[in-house]
Design a protein around this ligand. Sequence first.
Ligand code: NAD
Length: 428
Amino acid sequence: MSATNYNPYENAQAQFDKVAAMLGLDEGTCQLLRQPQQEVHFTIPVKMDDGTTKIFKAFRFQHSTARGPAKGGIRFHPHETADTVRALSMWMTWKCAVVDIPLGGGKGGVICDPRTMSQGEQERLCRGYIRHLWKELGNTVDVPAPDVMTNGQHMMWFMDEYETITGQHVPGMITGKPVGLGGSLGRTEATGFGVITCLNEALKKMELPIEKTTASIQGFGNVAEYAARKYTALGGKLIAVSCWNATDKVAYTFRKLTGCNAEELASIKDSFGSIDKEKAIALGYEVLPGDAWLSQDVDIIIPAALENQITPAVFGNISKTVKVICEAANGPTTPDCDPLIQERGLMLVPDFLCNAGGVTCSYFEQVQCNMNYFWTKEEVLEKLDSAMTKAFLDVYELAQEKKLYMRDAAYTIAINRVANAAKVRGWV
Ligand code: NAD
């Protein structure tokens, strides 16, 4: 099966069903939690710069609000699908639950390609999204955030339209805003840094000092860049980075066997996380095919780009030297790879635990907005590090105690917390 044939929603449901059966959850709870509790599908008409009107398909799904307001990003992607958004909204529920923050799960998406749209067209798209959806959103209802190909500027357009319509200042209705305008210090770094906090804890348990390890990363967007920065700052040697090249419409892997410099690569990437090929060559990087990141002789692979990247078809390409798969992206590994990972005895840091630093910091941002009092970057990153360390250790210890696969242990903790909230509320 090729990567594009996998349906992320079916993956998310398969992962849920497996653990729900292990936990012996009753039928009502299973039905409640294996699908979003609310779905809004709509269209956004946007006046384009050339005078035509283009209609964009958009979504906002709330998977569960049992533990608090729905929380999750809005993605802009030309290949966005309702099922991807469903899966991601479900993963947000588990993510908030595994790090034990009082939020539920949601996700939004628009089928569009911001790389081909002007700033004005993107602003009108964002405002149109909120004009349609504002009643379903809010500080205590559903709180969006950035995701693939959306950023702080998009969040400000969303927020401004919401505040204009409601006539109040509610910066806590959305997170991922620029610092100084309701954003939290540390949010840009949070997801990538959280990935490396988990990785470092895993390596400690494996008695592998991080400074003696090598890694390869897929992606060089927000998550991957800061994961790369933190990993190399802690002494890890990054061998390869793969990313999409919009000009050539193909992915490339940039490799430097003596170690990639994350800061240097960041200085030659665009705002969509594409590294400039010519500049990379000039800096001494080898340019390899896009999938070469997976087959490098490293200790750690960090998929940090898209879903469905590690499938049984490519699993054999993973070097025998690899000991850890650190899932920074959402759903990068298909469920039929789980038995293969277990057979090879690899340490897995599962996605919704691994990349929970972003939502944890978003929660901190919301708290700061609600208090109208903002913390220093050190305070934020320290709180983030403690939350991620605790979440990793909870999962690791349960996995050890019950002899569970790491993904199943993370699901066990998350599903139990959400199922319990639904039960105590009297929903099931
Ligand atoms: P981004 O848009 O900033 O970056 C995406 C990166 O993936 C880019 O470098 C792009 O070039 C690369 N890419 C795209 N197609 C590729 C391909 N075929 N091969 C190799 N690289 C390719 O996105 P991001 O915010 O860094 O998010 C990455 C992943 O992490 C997504 O799965 C997202 O859902 C997840 N995530 C993001 C956050 C966050 O805070 N940004 C939080 C949790 C999870």
